[in-house]
Ligand binder design. Structure first.
Ligand SMILES: Cc1cc2nc3c(=O)[nH]c(=O)nc-3n(C[C@H](O)[C@H](O)[C@H](O)COP(=O)(O)OP(=O)(O)OC[C@H]3O[C@@H](n4cnc5c(N)ncnc54)[C@H](O)[C@@H]3O)c2cc1C
Length: 416
């Protein structure tokens, strides 16, 4: 291994993953983050309106996400991911009040689709088998080019799952990325897709333990310093310019650029990257979850899509939510709360609330944007890219961000 230092720009999950993997291999690391806290699009903070700590948005990972498991094991945070031992997904239809629970069996042979009390109500076996067509889709195909986007299975399971995972209208989303989602879930067996939720907050599972791990391994972590410019010479990055400071990179030093696509393509205009993004809106309510509440409920036919239950709050996620960005915040909060109250059988006034709108939550998971994603290797010998937007074969997810951090760590050890 090189004797140089590896600089990482961006302390989102990709940058944290790169840093954790590098220090675990004995590398010297400096992690530079532009804001005053690590976590990026996956962060927790105190919200004055609710008078409690909340997450910017609810994040769901799955029991079988390999990079998630490697990361939380490494940083000692496995116990902070909570969820049921067997896959189980509760749904509520906001148009007529009906409820059902999908209970996939543990193993990869998906016999649950034959069991009327486990599968989606009103579905036929043929609808499930048709999903297989995604596996022969071309890279530029949209989901609607490959499978039927109608019927009970689509409305009650495929559309909500694909919308949540792709954060893009699932009809026009990339069939290749949809296939990656199905491969990680329905095809692995229920044991691999039990829901896992960071508890009590995102930071407890993904951020604070990583920062402790880095401190234990003598990494330098610099918060609140935005990198404004990269300096290049002889096919290498030779310097970084920060506000009021510059850092020279020595001949053995490496750089992992782990910033979002729009920052990376600004700092390094020769790099291509996704240009279209999609919003996610979250509504948070200071209402403790009722006793025995389902940890997540999928809502069909409402504005709310997934309701997450915590001991001190109920939180709602709406994906692909660009249409809501200009909505009045209070009327949105009232609308979402009406659906949360119905799903959880609650009465009473609107609790304290907060609406968080993330405009560029993820890149749009269309074939066009997917084709713009670069690999991690760049023409500059000591510069490697990381982030959920770098080509991982996965949509923009925690699993993708963590995997890209692992890959960047591996490559930069070899490149410096
Ligand atoms: C509301 C919401 C809900 C989501 N839900 C889910 C979910 O349920 N499941 C799931 O798997 N994924 C989910 N995601 C996606 C997931 O959060 C992202 O894929 C992941 O966090 C991206 O990590 P990243 O490190 O690639 O990017 P980022 O988190 O964007 O990290 C980049 C970091 O770089 C920093 N930075 C930027 N410019 C500079 C600069 N010039 N100098 C220094 N630092 C800089 C930023 O401040 C940031 O900290 C969700 C995202 C959002 C927003």
């Amino acid at each position: 291994m090189s004797s140089g230092r590896i600089y990482i720009i961006g302390a989102g999950l990709a940058g944290l993953s790169a840093a954790v993997n590098l220090v675990a291999r004995g590398a010297r690391v400096t992690l530079i983050e532009g804001t005053n806290q690590a976590g990026g699009r996956c962060r927790s903070y105190f919200d004055a309106a609710l008078d409690q700590v909340i997450d910017n948005g609810n994040h769901l990972v799955l029991s079988g996400n390999p990079a998630v498991n490697r990361y939380v094991q490494k940083i000692g945070a496995h116990a902070q991911l909570k969820g049921p031992e067997h896959a189980r997904f509760a749904f509520f239809d906001a148009t007529n009040g009906t409820r059902w629970i999908i209970r996939p069996n543990d193993g990869p042979l998906a016999w649950w689709i034959l069991a009327p009390d486990r599968r989606v109500p009103g579905t036929q076996l043929g609808e499930y088998l048709a999903i297989l067509k995604l596996f022969s889709a071309k890279d530029d195909a949209r989901v609607e080019n490959v499978i039927s986007c109608n019927g009970p299975l689509w409305d009650k399971l495929l559309a909500p799952i694909l919308l949540a995972a792709l954060n893009t209208d699932p009809r026009t989303a990339s069939a290749r990325l949809a296939q990656a989602v199905i491969r990680q879930t329905l095809f692995k067996g229920g044991r691999a897709y039990c829901p896992r939720i960071a508890s009590p907050h995102l930071a407890d599972a993904f951020v604070a333990p990583a920062l402790s791990f880095l401190a234990q391994h003598a990494a330098d972590v610099i918060l609140g310093k935005r990198v404004r410019k990269l300096l290049f010479a002889d096919a290498r990055v030779v310097g970084l310019e920060l506000a009021g400071q510059s850092i020279a990179l020595g001949p053995n030093d490496g750089l992992v650029l782990a910033v979002p696509a729009w920052v990376a393509t600004d700092l390094v205009p020769q790099i291509d990257g996704p240009k279209g993004f999609r919003a996610i809106v979250n509504g948070h309510f200071a209402q403790p979850a009722p006793a025995g509440a389902e940890p997540i409920i999928g809502v069909i036919g409402g504005v709310a899509e997934w309701i997450f239950a915590f001991s001190d709050r109920l939180s709602v996620t709406v994906s692909g939510a660009d249409r809501l960005l200009d909505e009045d915040r209070e009327s949105l909060a009232r609308q979402l709360w009406a659906e949360v109250a119905a799903a959880h059988n609650l009465t009473g006034p609107l609790p304290r609330w907060q609406i968080v709108k993330e405009r560029r939550a993820t890149f749009a998971a269309t074939p066009e944007e997917d084709s713009r994603r670069p690999g991690p290797i760049t023409p500059w010998r000591n510069l490697v890219l990381a982030g959920d937007w770098v080509q991982t074969g996965l949509p923009a997810t925690i699993e993708g961000a963590l995997r890209s951090g692992e890959t960047a760590a591996e490559l930069s050890l070899g490149a410096t």
